[in-house]
Design a protein. Structure first.
Length: 348
């Protein structure tokens, strides 16, 4: 599935919308009345416009699911499937609450994983760039004074600081241009299916964080499948939707491979275990839940356990990454300060 060329509304906004809509329905408003109220009250312009448009479509006789599909930048495939199933079974408030919890958990895990992986790298890059700029500026003011002192009395850090400051003054403009071009090129490279596949491959193979990204994608698949099956959507349809909305192309491929195995006669739990999406120890429990008709609830409980474990691992990784970033920047800044102040203080 190709990525859309529009910017989708953030999950937090959709989660808030689902929660408010559920509250209004519980208060006794009809779906149309609740949507009209939200079209006036909701501050996000695209969400408010979508609420107004969905109400207008329903007034024309279209179903809720059909109307929601007109606004893919607000309502993703999972949201549409859940709300359509809820409207059909007259359990819309329940499915709205389920959607709120699903979106909140998904957004929280994505946010925390980003803080544990991308944010330390961004802070480190900006910090090192700031140090280079500081060295280039400070050296022009401090170096004439340092030249008046015997170089044999300079500490090693001073020689390095002077060397780096000379290099920073000469290459800093080039570095800034290269960083800007690299950022723009990376954004272009990551567009589309091939770019997403390349990014996912790097993330999955990265040391330490690779296991976290895979665990996130698997947890998302389990969570998505669970909420859809619990809402009454057929298992294979739920799995297909979970695959097409997976945040990782490699995991999506594993899901599609499992579906192919099922189409050839393999039972679903065994197929999922063979492609690594569930452990083999869970096959019997999933088979029993499938026979009882409680597979959705079982998958949701499994996802809750996996989410809790994943958040613990992410928290540890974030602590380590932040500590390492602060330590490295501290060493660099301390070295620069010693380099410029050392000769004055008589450090050798």
């Amino acid at each position: 599935m190709q990525r859309s060329n529009y910017q989708r509304v953030k999950p937090e906004e959709l989660s808030r919308l689902a929660g408010l809509l559920a509250a209004k329905l519980k208060a006794g408003l009809s779906v149309g009345q609740a949507l009209y109220a939200l079209s006036v009250e909701f501050r996000h312009p695209r969400v408010a416009a979508a609420c107004k448009g969905v109400k207008a479509s329903m007034d024309e006789g279209r179903s809720l699911g059909e109307a929601l599909r007109d606004y893919p930048d607000v309502f993703d495939e999972i949201s549409v499937a859940l709300l359509a199933a809820g409207a059909k079974s007259n359990r819309l408030p329940i499915e709205l609450q389920r959607l709120t919890a699903y979106l909140s958990t998904t957004a929280k895990i994505a946010r925390e994983l980003g803080r544990a992986t991308a944010r330390p790298l961004i802070i480190l890059g900006i910090g090192l760039l700031a140090v280079l700029v500081g060295l280039a500026v400070a050296a022009s003011a401090v170096e004439p004074f340092l030249r008046g002192l015997p170089q044999q009395e300079w500490p090693l850090a001073t020689h390095w600081a002077i060397f780096v400051s000379h290099g920073a003054r000469s290459i800093l403009p080039v570095v800034l241009v290269v960083v800007a071009l690299a950022y723009a090129g990376l954004r272009i490279l990551l567009r589309g299916e091939k770019g997403q596949l390349w990014q996912d491959g790097i993330l999955l193979q990265a040391p330490i964080i690779g296991s976290l990204w895979r665990a996130k994608a698997v947890a998302h698949f389990t969570r998505t499948t669970g909420v859809l099956v619990a809402a009454g959507i057929p298992v294979l349809n739920a799995i297909e939707s979970a695959a097409m909305t997976a945040g990782n192309v490699a995991v999506r491929g594993a899901v599609l491979l499992a579906m192919d195995k099922v189409s050839k006669g393999r039972d679903l739990p065994t197929a999922l275990a063979e492609v690594g999406l569930v452990s083999r120890a869970e096959i019997n429990a999933m088979q029993a839940a499938e026979r009882r008709g409680t597979l959705g609830e079982m998958l949701m409980k499994h996802a809750e356990t996996g989410d809790a474990d994943l958040l613990k691992h992410i928290s540890r990784a974030k602590t380590v990454a932040q500590s390492a970033t602060v330590l490295l920047l501290g060493v660099v800044i301390a070295g620069a300060l010693v380099g410029f102040v050392g000769p004055v203080l008589g450090l050798h």
